[in-house]
Design a protein around this ligand. Structure first.
Ligand code: HEM
Length: 166
């Protein structure tokens, strides 16, 4: 049986080496905290304003935008070489488990990535190399979550650890 990582690579078209190239440079040191805050703010402003794809916006209907922004940038900071802000506040990221309430389908992953690409391209001070590394990590992780979601639908059990968290 294919592992979740293998499915993530196949569906995303990003191999593991490219997805985890974020570990070869310290992106937190390079970009700084404010850039991550700006990126997540930019991303969630787009998500909560998504009027073209109402079904996607509705996935976030029970989450407060400010909290979603903080959850996301703290995770990014911690995963990309910064202090463990997310885990200090909330514990292990366990992304598959935490996405369990949501319909993380292939279509949802593409829409998430659509907004994230736009956010990356319009957030100041993210150089091209960092952008490529982050896009690959996000794409692979999005489809890792899709693979986890399908597993949940199959047998109701969810693994709590995975390569996308620290
Ligand atoms: C594939 C499509 C995705 C969908 C539909 C989705 C949806 C959601 C939703 C609805 C939330 C709750 C918002 C909140 O209260 O924080 C959330 C949280 C979160 N997502 Fe995603 N997400 C996706 C992909 C990703 C990816 C690719 C990453 C990481 C690279 C990610 C990281 C997170 C984190 C860290 C949280 C906060 C979890 C928590 O603390 O409860 N998500 N996501």
């Amino acid at each position: 049986m294919q592992s979740l990582q293998e499915k993530a690579s196949e569906w995303s078209g990003v191999d593991s080496a490219d997805a985890f190239a974020i570990d070869n440079t310290n992106l937190f040191q390079k970009l700084g905290l404010q850039t991550f805050i700006n990126l997540s703010t930019n991303f969630y402003n787009r998500v909560y304003d998504d009027e073209e794809e109402e079904w996607f916006r509705s996935i976030f209907v029970n989450s407060k935008k400010e909290e979603a922004i903080q959850n996301q940038y703290e995770f990014f900071v911690q995963r990309m070489g910064g202090p463990p802000l997310y885990s200090q506040r909330k514990g292990h990221p366990a992304l598959i488990g935490r996405h369990r309430p949501f319909p993380v389908t292939h279509q949802a992953a593409e829409r998430w990535l659509y907004h994230m690409e736009k956010a990356l391209d319009s957030t100041p001070d993210i150089d091209e190399d960092s952008k490529i590394k982050m896009k690959n990590f996000f794409r692979h992780t999005a489809f890792f979550l899709v693979a986890g979601d399908e597993l949940k639908n199959q047998n109701g059990r969810v693994p709590c650890k995975h390569g996308a968290s620290k």
